[in-house]
Design a protein around this ligand. Structure first.
Ligand code: BG6
Ligand code: MG
Length: 227
């Protein structure tokens, strides 16, 4: 592996706590459909696109047969409610430790990208005052495949002009960790309760534990040992 030159971040649940707001917006839609979801169940929605999330919720009640118009209406309502929930979001909603990490990375010359499945990512970055921090934001509409496919992470590295092995990926979802690892990037997992097949290189329980120098040192050493 070459030197680490880039950092690729998921947005929801990594840069800001919008993961919780996505959950609340989905919970309301699910409740209306007579489906109960809780935070534990919601782990499977993290990193998953809006349309696929609705399909996973609907699969909880196979007797519900909705046509494409009804589904489109639910997707619209979910996003409208989500937009209400993020209406007042400001820089104060950036997760603890993230402003310092981004500042340190910027000063150290790392190139940085956002790899989020959210179509609302540019809007959220603007409200957080972070748009200028990132050299690239991958447009999820440009993807052929969603997380857990590695495409979004490959595109992020490409947009930074780097190899995937030269970047570190930060994620709070299982789908994201799988995507990062399949892209050949070292992965940092943030607050993921249980892992499945794909394991991260580094795990923290909260963003405030992220220490950039330690992370870079650890993934570089790990690569030297494992080759
Ligand atoms: C991901 C979130 O970042 O974006 C998912 O983890 C969300 O929960 C997905 O469904 C799509 O977001 P949006 O804003 O396009 O509905
Ligand atoms: Mg996330």
């Amino acid at each position: 592996m070459g030197e680490i030159k880039g950092l690729v971040f998921d947005l929801d649940g990594v840069i800001t706590d919008t993961a919780e707001r996505h959950y609340l917006a989905w919970k309301r839609i699910a409740h209306r459909l007579g489906i109960a979801i809780d935070r534990e169940w919601n782990e499977r929605l993290k990193g998953i696109s809006r349309t696929e999330s609705l399909e996973l919720i609907l699969a909880e009640n196979p007797t519900l047969l909705l046509d494409s118009e009804e589904k489109a209406q639910l997707l619209k309502e979910k996003n409208a409610h989500y937009l209400e929930l993020i209406a007042e979001i400001t820089a104060a909603d950036i997760l603890p430790g993230i402003p310092e990490l981004l500042e340190e990375a910027k000063n150290a010359g790392y190139r940085m990208a956002i790899a989020s499945a959210s179509k609302n990512a540019p809007l959220i970055l603007e409200r957080l005052g972070l748009s200028a921090m990132f050299d690239a934001v991958v447009d999820p509409e440009s993807l052929k495949q969603n997380k857990p496919h590695p495409e979004i992470f490959e595109k992020a590295a490409q947009a930074l002009g780097l190899e995937t092995q030269e970047c570190i990926g930060f994620e709070d979802s299982l789908a994201g960790i799988e995507g990062i690892k399949r892209a050949g990037m070292p992965a940092v997992a943030i607050a993921i309760p249980i892992f499945a097949e794909w394991l991260p290189d580094i795990e923290v329980t909260a963003t405030r534990e992220l220490n950039l120098k330690e992370i870079v040192r650890e993934v570089t050493m790990k690569e030297r040992v494992e080759g």
